[in-house]
Design a binder for this molecule. Structure first.
Ligand code: GLY
Length: 568
């Protein structure tokens, strides 16, 4: 592990951020939780968390730090950090007001319902994931500029400059990152005719420096021209040229018309705590509130963490929430999503009326097959709290690891493959095995349904928890389980994040468990109840911050990844 070298490099690279009264930055170098008095950033990448902290120390607020962190993730964690993808941001300011910025990608205007099907109506394998057609119109740059212009304190130049420096001067690769780039090498080579910063003559090794000159030039254009530096001018020209080269359909109009949307957050309460999360076009917020509402009437505190009763109840709630996802959830701009009805407490109690405490309730029978278990970083989540109590919870993604692996020639950024989040053929599972219905079919300009679930929890009207996760369809179940671990089982945040997780999504009819984290007796009992269990390496990678009664912040950086908490 090369953390010392990385830290050294960070100090050099971001020394441009002159701090008026320097305070020591605390880093979770040993991967255990940290406690900080003032501000905290928890993200999937150490350098990006440090960029955020430096912005806080420079006098920026949580929104400045979030925007800076997200641009840094686009440079130092291109597996999922991005400017060619999209995301959702939940903001809660210290006066108790909250806001959601939806910067989810959109289908290009030339997209059509059957664009990923062959003449016989079958899905053309790989078309919605590994080609130029797989990309939705990127939303991240507009989303970050919107967040900054509404809430930021520092200049935009201040928040983006550290990322320009990291792209231009390079950053040191961790062992895991070197492996990520090497294992994706053949895709980068096959899908890019030009040179990319991600491929060199030999394989990457831990400790080598990755420099991204083209990306730094793109970031400079965004710094100098704002959204026009991305959605028009040279960057747009390069993106459209890339599309033309790969038979993509994104147009000048798609780019110029893209606008992120301010949405009213979804709210509900759970045992006296207020939950603030995202509405559609993410399904994640509704699913989270449904799961909490479905388990609330049951005495899970008495049953205990990971008892058979608790797992059985939570799995049955997950089954029902994901069945609703398939039937009722899609882009609110192309359909009516009955959000209030779906999270209504009476509805949720009724939804559990056929819950049998002794055995699994089978999902509807289906005839389709299921794809291979997909294991990757996918999406990424980061959480920020500043010294004044402003909080930001953001999940952002290219969809698959490195998106579609296509780098926009001479612009240096990766494109998303978010079109696969539509039901490319209603009834056929996507890369997460999610089966969608007509409500999530492709239409020009429509947003594909997401599972991203950035959330904020209040206790007695005060900020209590900032939480979220990557993991495709496992995002809402991971966030749900961490919240319940803290609120019901009284775990510390670190314990709650590290605790074993499980996942059920209605179809396929399987309960996923993390490897080596269920004992054989529990396995046998659940099998006897009618569950089919399947092991996977990990579920979710939560990055969370909790506030203690004295205002101190504690971190929950998931040990499942290279997640890094920094505070001061
Ligand atoms: N692409 C993962 C999600 O939005 O749920």
């Amino acid at each position: 592990m090369n953390r010392c070298i990385s830290l050294f490099l960070v100090i050099i690279l971001i020394s441009a951020c002159t701090v008026k009264s320097p305070k020591q930055v605390i880093v979770n170098a040993e991967k255990s939780g940290i406690t900080a008095d003032s501000g905290m950033v928890v993200s999937a990448n150490l350098l990006s968390s440090l960029v955020g902290i430096k912005i806080l120390q420079k006098g920026g607020n949580a929104i400045d730090a979030a925007v800076a962190t997200e641009f840094a993730l686009a440079v130092c964690f291109p597996e999922a950090g991005n400017i060619g993808g999209g995301g959702f941001m939940v903001i809660r300011t210290n006066d108790g007001k909250s806001d959601v910025i939806d910067y989810r990608e959109k289908a290009p205007l030339l997209a059509s319902r059957n664009m990923f099907l062959d003449k016989s109506g079958n899905v053309k394998v790989g078309l919605s994931t590994g080609t130029h057609l797989a990309s939705g119109v990127p939303g991240t740059v507009d989303g970050l500029i919107t967040a900054h212009s509404r809430y930021g304190k520092l200049s935009f130049k201040d928040v983006i400059q550290p990322s320009i420096d990291l792209a231009e001067n390079g950053f040191i690769l961790t062992r895991e990152q070197a492996e990520d780039f090497n294992s994706n090498r053949s895709k980068f080579v096959a899908r890019n005719s030009g040179k990319t910063a991600f491929v060199k003559d030999s394989l990457w090794k831990e400790g080598e420096i990755m420099i991204q000159k083209d990306l730094s030039e793109t970031l400079k254009r965004i710094r100098d021209y704002g959204r026009d530096g991305f959605y028009s001018g040279r960057t747009a020209h390069l993106l459209l040229r890339e599309m033309k080269k790969g038979n993509g359909i994104m147009s000048e109009r798609d780019l110029s018309e893209y606008k992120s949307v301010l949405r009213v957050p979804l709210y509900s309460d759970y045992k006296g705590y207020k939950i603030i999360t995202v509405p559609p076009p993410s399904s994640g917020g509704i699913i989270l509130l449904q799961l909490l509402g479905m388990v609330e009437p049951f005495p899970i505190r008495e049953w205990g963490f990971n008892s058979i009763q608790t797992i059985h109840l939570m799995v049955e709630a997950e089954r029902r929430a994901f069945a609703d996802r398939s039937e009722f959830m899609g882009d609110p701009e192309s359909m009516i999503v009955t959000v209030n009805q779906l999270v209504n407490k009476k509805y949720l109690i009724n939804r559990m009326s056929n819950y049998n405490k002794n055995e699994a309730t089978p999902s509807s029978q289906t005839t389709h097959g299921y794809p291979e278990q997909h294991e990757s970083e996918e999406t990424t989540h980061y959480s920020v709290v500043d010294s004044k109590g402003n909080a930001v919870s953001v999940t952002t993604t290219l969809n698959d690891t490195f998106g579609n692996s296509i780098v926009v020639d001479s612009a240096g950024f990766l494109l998303n493959n978010q079109m696969d989040d539509f039901s490319v053929k209603p009834g056929v599972p996507n890369m997460y095995g999610l089966v969608g219905g007509d409500v999530n079919s492709i239409q020009p300009g429509k947003k594909m349904l997401s599972s991203m679930t950035p959330a904020i929890v209040e206790k007695d009207g005060k900020l209590f928890l900032v939480v979220g996760s990557p993991g495709g369809s496992t995002i809402p179940t991971s966030v749900f389980q961490v919240i319940v671990n803290v609120l019901d089982f009284g775990m510390s945040l670190e314990e709650a994040v590290d605790a074993a997780r499980f996942h059920h999504q209605w179809l396929p009819e399987l309960v996923y468990f993390e490897k080596n984290r269920i004992d054989s007796l529990a396995y046998q009992k659940l099998t006897n109840m009618g569950y089919e269990l399947k092991v996977r390496s990990s579920i979710g990678r939560v990055n969370a911050i909790m506030l203690l009664p004295d205002g101190k912040k504690v971190s929950g950086a998931d040990k499942r990844g290279n997640n890094s908490a920094c505070g001061y």
